[in-house]
Every structure is written in C-alpha cells, then in structure tokens.
Design a protein around this ligand. Structure first.
Ligand code: NAP
Length: 514
C-alpha cells in the first residue's frame, strides 16, 4: 500500500509543531509528513530533534538543493548533508537527497530509506526539453526510491513519466519478490500532470505528495491529502488496478471522479478514476496512453465530445446520429463509443413523465446537450420541437432527429407536454436569468433544466410557481455516470451513495458561491 506524504509548507519548525492538522497526521496509518528543512527559519539540530520527536518514523526529511526549488540558497552541500545524516541516524522513514549531490554513495542511511531525487520546475512543452542528468550510477545503486519531478505544460509530455512508471513496474514485477524493493516516484507537476500524483501506486510507487487542507502546497498541482484519501482512496490502490478517467479541458471542476470513485469504493472493487486535462488531440491521447495506463473506460467532456471517435472506436447507431461521444469502453480488445447523456436525458424526463411515447417535447437550444437530449428522447417515441436562438441550427437539429423547429409564437399554439432546457441560461453566475418567462411556460407541462449549477434554477422555480412538475439537471449528470459505470464494470451501480456524493458536492459548491 502506498502512503500519502503531506508536505510541510511552514516557514519554521515552531509553526509546524503548532499546526494541529499536522499533529493529527503524525499518528495516522498510511500518512507521512515531509519536513522541508530549507524552508525553516529556525532550523537547528535541536529544533529538528523536536520535530522528529513528534513525527518520528513517519517523516520524509529533505533539505532541497537551491537549484531544485530549495529555499535556502546559502546552504552548502555539506551543511545539507549533515542535517540529513542527523535525520537518518534517528531512523526517519525516508531521507530525500538530490541526484546532483556529490558523494551520495557515502551517505549512511542506516534504517532510513533513501530517495534519490531530481526536480525541474521549468514548464516543458516537449519531452525533448526534459534533461534528466545522465545516470549517476553509484547514486542510483544506493537509492531505495528514485524520484523524478518535472513540469509538463501539456498532457502529451506526461507520457514520458507514464513510460518510465510502466517500465519501472514491469521491471519490478519481473524480479524475484525479495529484490523488488527499489521503487520509482514519477511526478508531473501542474494540472496536466495531476493524474501522476494519483496513479503512482498502480505502477508500484511507494508514496505521493499532498498538501495540507487550505495550504498552498510545495509544488504546483498538489492535491490535498483529504482529496487523495476520500475521493481517490489513494491508500488502497494496488499495482495493476484498472484505470478510468475523464478527458476534457478544463476538467478541474468535474464531479465525475467523485461520482465514479464513490461507486468503486462502495462496491469494494478495484478501479480508479482520474481527471486528464487533455489540451491536444483527445484521440491521440487515448491511443497513446491507453496501453501503458491500463485504461478501460473514458468519460469525454467539453471540448472533445465531437472529435472523430470513429477513428479508434466502434460507435452505436444512436451515438452516430447524435454526432457526439461522451463514453468510451474498452471491451474484447477494442474501444466502443456511446453517448450516455442521451440515454440519461431521456431517463430523467421519463422518470417524471412515466412514458414519453407520443408526447410533445420542446428542446430549448441546439448545441451538444440539445442533440443528445433530442435523439435520446425521440428514441423513446416522443415528438421533438427545437427552439433555438439561431433558427438555422434549430432547423438543422430538427431535420437530423426527425423533429420540427419551432418559434415562441408557435409554441403557444401547440400542445406541449415537456420542455427541456439545454441552453446555459440560468447557470451560475447568471442565476437570475431564465430561458422562458413564467407565462411562456405551458401549464401542465414537465420542465426539465439540464443546468445543475445552481441545483434549482430560475426556470425551475418559475415552472413550479406555474404548477408544473420539474426535473433537476443533476439527475441527468448522475444518470450518465451510472450508465458509464455499469458499462465499464458490468455491475449494478450503487445509485444511492453516488447520488448522495454528487448532491453533497453540488450543495457545498453552491454554498461557496454565495
Ligand atoms: P453548446 O453546444 O454551446 O450549446 C448551447 C446552446 O445554447 C446553443 O444552441 C446556443 O444557441 C444556446 N444559447 C447559449 N447562450 C444563449 C443565450 N444567451 N440565449 C439563447 N440561447 C443561448 O453547449 P452544450 O454543450 O449543449 O451545453 C449547454 C448546457 O447544457 C450547459 O451549460 C450545461 O449546463 C448543460 N448540460 C448539462 C448536462 C447534464 O448532465 N445535466 C450535460 C451536458 C450539458 P445558438 O445556437 O444560437 O448559439
């Protein structure tokens, strides 16, 4: 099992010792605290001793070299090493020393393990820009763990770390059990590399670095220890676990990791779901990363849903007609593409309408969500009317799905059973906007707003005042995720806990926005 190492961001040891969050971590199984000696204004052997008495064998001690992000430019190699030797003599869990440090093989690590590390904080656009020093063989030999931390600007560059992690794990697994000790930590800093901070244990990495809650972190892209522990169940991940993820740009706000990891945890089955910020070609990402990553399923979000997924995946008929994909599943040696948004939109409306057959449904909007909703609801036998700001787009979608474009005036003279808003009108921060005035909402209709931030939109409130039944947008988000989970795992998704997790997160997000 891998540990979560929470990096001390404090400017003195006294500050660290006064921090209740870090005290709480000192005795928690599976957690380590990284002491960054270069950060501490009150550093002395006596103060280090005080810190080690509290954090004891649960410490990673480092005195970062100034050329690798260290904050004490005056510290000489011999001064740094003397502090690290002091820590090793007190049997801390790990001592971390930079690969560039001379005489590393002479370091007496004793009962501590030695991390030999390399850090480069300059953002990289290409793998060619990453120059890890040529193997310093004696240093590699004494290391228990090799750590490489680089800063890719794009996800493509993180492939270097993926290759390195996969090769290290293959090598480790091929050795006899008793000689499998040497491990690798490959970290890509920044948002593009966030996945490397979560998936390390899939490749046998012994630990990842996290920040304290509310702390700035000691490197870009660090998650909090609670996110790693609660959302990603980091300490349970085992080598070889199947990997799933969402690809999009941005993906930082996505609730999909919470949704899917909650389900994996609840069912107690292997599987880890992470965000991939893909800024380039999403098809190339899946093709290049899938084999080494062990990728088994992918959620696709903005702006990649309309990529030409047919190049690598088999599309079902509904998905072909929609022209957008939100789910890839790897089965029987190939990728299958589908659109669970369409099914979830129809399910959400049908749950309230009981049956959609023969019902007249107005879709507000003609973008990606509108296409999914229109085709999904049409497939259940409803008549589709598309009302959109740009009339030509409404006509084009109506033609494609066998429906009709409609105007506000025409809507008044047509019997409407349900309305589905797929425009972003009413979404945070424009919470006082609504795509329809109260008197434009047909009495007796069901109003479904796909917007779910806020949970209750202005449109839904107006509809309720008009006596209409309403359907909230989160039900569609939940539904598309449940369909994905079931497709990937072949198991019944634990709807109740997934719903609770999503609603909690949305409620908290909404409270913060106020
Ligand atoms: P999109 O492709 O950009 O389409 C947006 C549509 O809304 C277009 O038809 C656009 O009209 C119309 N629109 C935008 N701003 C408007 C305005 N101020 N007045 C009138 N019409 C306006 O976006 P999308 O991917 O379909 O997503 C739309 C919304 O759906 C999102 O904001 C999200 O809240 C929701 N959604 C929800 C879920 C869910 O699971 N609940 C899933 C996906 C999407 P024009 O054609 O005239 O530009």
């Amino acid at each position: 099992m891998a540990d979560i190492c929470v990096a001390s961001h404090h400017s003195s040891i006294a500050e660290l010792l006064a921090d209740p969050e870090f005290h709480g971590l000192a005795n928690r199984e599976g957690f380590l605290v990284e002491l960054r000696l270069d950060n501490y204004s009150d550093l002395s052997m006596a103060m280090l001793d005080r810190a080690l008495r509290v954090f004891g064998p649960r410490t990673v001690v480092t005195y970062r070299h100034p050329a690798e992000g260290g904050n004490n430019p005056k510290a000489s190699d011999s001064e740094r090493l003397s502090y690290l030797q002091y820590a090793a003599d007190r049997s801390v869990r790990y001592v971390d020393i930079e690969l560039r440090t001379p005489d590393l093989p002479l370091f007496r690590k004793g009962d501590s393990k030695l991390i030999v590390s390399f850090h480069d904080f300059a953002p990289k656009k290409s793998t060619d820009e990453i120059a890890i020093p040529a193997a310093n063989l004696p240093a590699y030999r004494v290391a228990d763990v090799m750590k490489f931390a680089v800063f890719p600007e794009t996800i493509d560059v993180t492939r270097l770390s993926l290759k390195s992690m996969a090769a290290a794990e293959r090598d480790r697994a091929s050795r006899p059990k008793e000689t499998r000790e040497k491990r690798t930590i490959d970290i890509c800093m920044g948002e593009a590399g966030m996945w490397t901070r979560i998936l390390g244990p899939v490749f046998g990495s012994p630990l990842t670095y996290a920040r304290g809650e509310g702390a700035p972190g000691t490197a870009p892209g660090q998650l909090t220890w609670r996110e790693l522990d609660d959302t990603y169940r980091f300490r349970q991940i085992q080598p070889g676990w199947p990997v799933y993820g969402v690809i999009g740009n941005p993906v930082g706000h996505s609730l999909s990791p919470l949704l899917h990891n909650t389900a994996f945890r609840e069912l107690g089955i292997p599987g880890i779901y992470v965000p991939f910020k893909v800024d380039g070609d999403p098809i190339r990402f899946v093709r290049d990363f899938a084999p080494d990553l062990g990728l088994k399923g992918v959620s696709i979000t903005i702006p990649h849903k309309e990529a030409v997924w047919g190049e690598i995946a088999e599309l079902d008929t509904l998905t072909k007609n929609i022209g957008a994909v939100n789910t890839l599943s790897y089965r029987d040696g190939k990728w299958h593409a589908t659109n669970t948004d369409a099914i979830a939109a129809a399910d959400a409306l049908e749950a309230e309408a009981k049956s959609l057959a023969g019902k007249n449904v107005v879709i507000l909007g003609a973008g990606g969500a509108a296409r999914a909703a229109a085709f999904g609801i049409k497939a259940r036998g409803a008549e589709i009317f598309v009302l959109n700001r740009t009339r030509e787009r409404a006509e084009s979608l109506a033609r494609a799905c066998g429906g009709r474009a409609i105007s506000f005036a025409e809507m008044r003279s047509t019997k409407i059973d349900a309305i589905v808003n797929t425009t972003p009108i009413g979404m945070h921060p424009n919470v006082d906007a609504s795509p329809l005035e109260k008197d434009q909402i047909p009495k007796g209709s069901i109003v479904f707003d796909t917007v779910y931030n806020p949970l209750r939109t202005k449109l839904l409130n107006l509809a309720a005042e008009r006596g209409c039944k309403t359907v909230e947008g989160w039900t569609m988000f939940l539904g598309q995720g449940i369909r994905q989970f079931e497709l990937w795992t072949g198991k019944k998704a634990p709807r109740e806990v997934m719903e609770k997790a999503v609603l909690n997160a949305l409620t908290q997000r909404q409270a913060k926005q106020k």
